[in-house]
Design a binder for this molecule. Structure first.
Ligand SMILES: Nc1nc2c(ncn2[C@@H]2O[C@H](COP(=O)(O)OP(=O)(O)OP(=O)(O)O)[C@@H](O)[C@H]2O)c(=O)[nH]1
Length: 645
């Protein structure tokens, strides 16, 4: 399963004479697990923003990635072919990148993270973006470019902290811690893992204190402080044991065994390493077992039990060869070389070193090359070949200089990165503040505009309401006036109106001594019309009568209905004969009313009593005179006009 191993770690390990590879493998698995947990948590917990970026199937993949990363890769690739949604595609690339990191295939991890990052933007999908960025940082760490990964991890940490995205934060912390460790900044790594440890105690993250305990233990082990590493390994052990997480358990027992050996607890240490190897074989982690063999062999070499040690190393070498783990092959070959040297098998010893040298190709194996050259030089010196030994020492001096330069430039890169990140953060904070201020201003302006708009609308509504009320009132008043002054059926004046008008015109006529003629009119046998043809027909006759009167007389003539079928007409500035002529013409016209209303069978005729102002009579007297004349007209047979006196 292990095809490639982290070269950068080996550089540091070699320098310090400490074999970190086993731990780094352990941390790769652990990181993969943490990533899974982190991603899974991203699906589950609502406080992680923009969670809808994850496809529904992500949960299953993220669970499986810890045990079977290759299966997850196959399944995700199949889904990726079908998927069209950009954010889902990006999410799948994030899962793929992490799965490849779990398989320690950093170049593929890097490629998938980049593909995902090409699909999202930091402003639109910040959570997804930073998850991909941390995945890329992890792949960069594995590719021997921790300096480049540092910036991404730090940015993600800052963002996650600011937005309280705890899962992302704990994941970013774990990756950032490993990056610091790769860069030999152990204080930073320790501080980061301890922060992660505290964060995980809040129970808001699926990453548990036990996970961070194993990372902290790793740093102490790296710093050759096994007494400090031991309690943390123990805590991690308890956690993995309780949760039956076998791979991490095997790795943690390995850590315990190594720390115990370092502390001189030989039997305990060897027993733990043996247990770790057994557990690793149980779960098919052959390399896990090989790491234990290698450490056990080292202990046996120190004790002079060379043949037992050689047996372990031979097994370990076969496993590392199968896995193409060049770094560990070199380590094992150096251990075998130590045995051969002790047994004075110089030729065999040289062959082993040549084999190791052939494997140590590339810049990342610089520390290995130096170690091999040193061994070779010692060997040549033992064989009295001082010239060759001297040449090798010269070469080593140049190699060490190169290594120093490399380390310095890496440190510089890290410092530069840290500075750039901090600068970027400060700039972001400033921009955020400006944005907030602008947003507040905009909000206030919008509020004010809304208030103004609301007031204007309210005023408009009030105006419309008032106008509506005014018009309604006016119409109502006009209607009331019309009802009071105009008879609804005939369109003539009402009794009240025509009598008031008569009083008024009578006074004018008396004052100005102008003629005024008054007539009382009554439809003949109207009861009969009602009785024989219905009340509606009677109404139609009255209506036609009114219309005819309005059309026949002048506008200055006053026409009013004073009873059911009784009418008072008076004619200002008109003398009796003139009025008589008008009334006669009108009464003749009334005979045509039956035709007007489509009732030709009817007989409509009018009787009228007419009188003229001759003295200073009162309205009452004039009315009485007209009434008397009308009575006479009725008595004389109706359909006629009688003048009085
Ligand atoms: N259709 C209708 N009939 C009305 C209205 N006002 C009064 N009348 C009727 O008019 C009739 C008047 O009858 P009378 O007073 O006996 O007078 P008349 O039948 O015309 O007889 P003379 O006046 O003697 O010729 C009554 O039957 C009333 O009911 C009205 O607005 N519409």
């Amino acid at each position: 399963m292990y095809v490639w191993f982290r070269l950068s770690i080996s550089t540091q390990c070699r320098l310090r004479g400490f074999n970190m590879s086993k731990y780094k493998m352990m941390t790769r698995w652990l990181t993969a697990g943490l990533v899974c947990i982190s991603l899974f948590k991203g699906v589950v917990f609502a406080d992680e923003s923009t969670l809808n970026a994850w496809p529904p199937s992500a949960q299953r993949f993220l669970k499986d990635i810890r045990d079977e990363p290759q299966d997850v890769i196959n399944a995700v690739q199949a889904e990726l072919l079908q998927e069209q949604r950009t954010t889902y595609r990006a999410a799948y690339y994030a899962i793929l990148s992490r799965a490849y990191s779990a398989l320690v295939l950093p170049h593929k991890g890097l490629d998938r993270a980049d593909k995902g990052l090409a699909l999202v933007t930091e402003s639109l999908h910040p959570w997804l973006y930073h998850n991909l960025a941390v995945a890329k940082a992890e792949a960069l760490d594995n590719s021997g470019k921790p300096g480049e990964g540092k910036m991404l991890a730090l940015s993600a940490r800052n963002w996650a902290e600011e937005h309280n995205a705890k899962e992302l934060l704990s994941y970013a912390m774990s990756v950032d811690g490993y990056l610091s460790l790769t860069l030999s900044a152990t204080d930073d790594a320790l501080a980061t893992f301890q922060q992660g440890y505290t964060l995980s105690q809040s129970n808001d993250t699926l990453l548990q204190p036990g996970d961070f305990a194993s990372m902290i233990a790793l740093v102490y082990e790296y710093r050759h402080e096994p007494e400090l590493a031991l309690p943390y390994f123990q805590e991690a052990y308890d956690y993995y044991q309780a949760n039956d997480i076998k791979l991490e358990l095997a790795n943690t027992i390995f850590g315990l065994g190594k720390a115990n050996l370092d502390l001189g607890n030989r039997d305990t240490g060897l027993a733990q390493l043996k247990r770790s190897a057994e557990l690793a074989l149980e779960i098919g982690d052959l390399q896990g077992a090989a790491y234990s063999y290698q450490v056990m062999a080292q202990q046996l070499i120190d004790e002079g039990k060379l043949s037992s040690a050689e047996a372990f190393l031979t097994d370990a070498l076969t496993i590392f060869e199968d896995a193409d783990n060049r770094f560990m092959q070199i380590n094992v070959l150096l251990s075998l070389n130590a045995i051969a040297s002790q047994q004075s098998q110089f030729a065999y010893s040289l062959t082993l070193l040549d084999e190791a040298q052939a494997l140590a190709e590339g810049e990342a194996f610089l520390p290995s090359k130096i170690a091999i050259n040193e061994r070779k030089a010692q060997l040549f010196a033992t064989m009295d070949e001082f010239e060759k030994a001297y040449q090798l020492m010269l070469i080593n001096t140049a190699l060490k200089n190169r290594l120093n330069q490399e380390q310095n430039s890496q440190r510089l890169l890290e410092l530069k990165t840290r500075f750039e990140v901090e600068q970027q953060e400060a700039q972001n904070a400033l921009l955020r503040e400006q944005n907030l201020r602008q947003q507040a201003l905009l909000l206030n302006e919008q509020k004010l505009q809304r208030y103004i708009f609301a007031v204007v609308v309210l005023l408009l509504i009030i105006c419309l309401l008032l106008a509506f009320l005014y018009i309604g009132g006016k119409r109502h008043q006009e209607r009331l006036e019309r009802l009071a002054n105009e008879d609804e059926l005939t369109g003539l004046m009402t009794r009240r109106k025509v009598l008031a008008q008569f009083e008024h015109h009578l006074q004018l006529a008396q004052r100005h001594d102008t003629p005024l003629t008054l007539a009382l009119l009554d439809l003949d046998y109207f009861k009969k019309i009602n009785d024989e043809h219905g009340h509606q027909t009677g109404d139609a006759v009255l209506k036609a009568f009114g219309e005819l009167a309005r059309n026949t007389f002048r506008r200055t003539d006053m026409l009013g209905r004073i009873g059911g079928e009784e009418f008072l007409f008076f004619f200002p500035h008109t003398d009796l004969s003139e009025a008589q002529t008008l009334l006669k013409r009108f009464s003749v016209a009334c005979r045509d009313i039956p035709f007007t209303i489509d009732k030709p069978e009817l007989n409509v005729s009018v009787s009228a009593g007419v009188t003229m102002l001759s003295d200073n009579q009162s309205a009452k007297v004039l009315m009485a005179q007209a009434d008397e004349a009308l009575y006479q007209a009725k008595s004389e047979g109706r359909d006629r006009l009688v003048c009085a006196p």
